[in-house]
Design a protein around this ligand. Structure first.
Ligand code: ZN
Length: 308
């Protein structure tokens, strides 16, 4: 009888122990499917601290920050697939966590299905030099392409972006959607990589997120532009500005005025072109302002990092 009682206690203790260890498990949260061009979250959460985390998505390693939320620890990634870069298919999202300093990373790969979304076409008639810039400008354009490519691919670990993006303008009125395939003078170009928002010359333009200004300039196509790095591969670009109110290297808070809207660069009229790059994938900025975004992590699929 004593033996049975003793065994019973051991089993209860074991169950308690197992229960506790599963409470402290590291969980992964992600979306099983998303439309091409639309942003989505991936989250790593745990009741216990962990040392390091990252995700790999569309060939890019994205170092993540670890934040403490009333008793739990979380790493957030903001991801998407650009309409110009991906086709409808399943893509691997690889989570990587180093639990304690000195441990080897624990990996878990999951599939995210990117689905086709129909984006409209626009035929535009524009001045010849907008499609075919004069030879004298080619060197300048090449140089600017290098600078902007460097800004777009900025990858920093500190999470400055927030799950809720602030609107850059008081009123968001789309004049050209993300994903529009533009056909200039019957020559098809790539899909519109950002969104055009109605904005009169001089309208204040505000930063979506806190971040560091990594590039400002007056570019041939994009005109006066500001690029802001908000961490974990999240880079926001504001183009065709009339004036720029921030300097490269400056830190901005969400809602800070970064400049005034205008019609600089090669445009047919004043507007704000807003581009959001997520680990080099330009996504639909309007997706960030949708009523159903951000989603609670409870709405995401959850699986344990380590299966028992
Ligand atoms: Zn545009």
């Amino acid at each position: 009888m004593r033996f049975i009682l003793k065994s019973f206690y051991i089993i209860v203790l074991l169950l308690l122990f197992l229960n506790e260890s599963s409470d402290a498990a590291i969980n992964l949260h992600y979306k099983e499917e998303s439309d091409i061009g639309q942003p989505f979250f991936a989250v790593i959460s745990s009741d216990k601290p962990f040392f390091k985390s990252s995700v790999k998505w569309l060939e890019k390693d994205i170092p993540l920050d670890i934040l403490k939320f009333d008793g739990s620890y979380r790493s957030y990634a903001l991801l998407g697939g650009a309409v110009n870069k991906v086709k409808a298919s399943d893509y691997s999202l690889v989570f990587s966590v180093i639990i304690n300093d000195g441990d080897v990373p624990v990996y878990k790969s999951v599939d995210v299905k990117l689905k086709e979304r129909k984006y409209p076409e626009t035929r535009l008639r524009v001045a010849h030099e907008m499609v075919n810039p004069p030879k004298s400008e080619l060197k300048r354009i090449e140089n600017e392409a290098k600078l902007t490519a460097k800004a777009r691919t900025k990858m920093t670990q500190k999470k400055l972006w927030q799950t809720r993006a602030l609107a850059p303008l008081e009123k968001l009125e789309v004049t050209s959607d993300y994903g529009h395939r533009r056909i200039y003078n019957d020559i098809p170009r790539g899909h519109h990589s950002g969104v055009d928002l109605r904005a009169a010359v001089g309208t204040r333009v505000r930063s979506l997120y806190p971040g560091n200004v990594i590039l400002t300039g007056d570019h041939y196509f994009a005109g006066k532009s500001v690029y802001i790095d908000s961490g974990n591969g999240v880079v926001v670009a504001y183009m065709h500005l009339d004036s720029i109110a921030v300097k490269t290297g400056a830190f901005v808070y969400a809602g800070d005025v970064i400049g005034r809207a205008g019609a600089t660069g090669r445009v047919t009229g004043p507007h704000l072109h807003l581009s959001v790059f997520l680990a080099e994938q330009s996504i639909d900025p309007m997706g960030l302002f949708n009523a159903d975004f951000p989603q609670s992590i409870r709405l995401l699929k959850q699986i344990p990092l380590i299966e028992n």
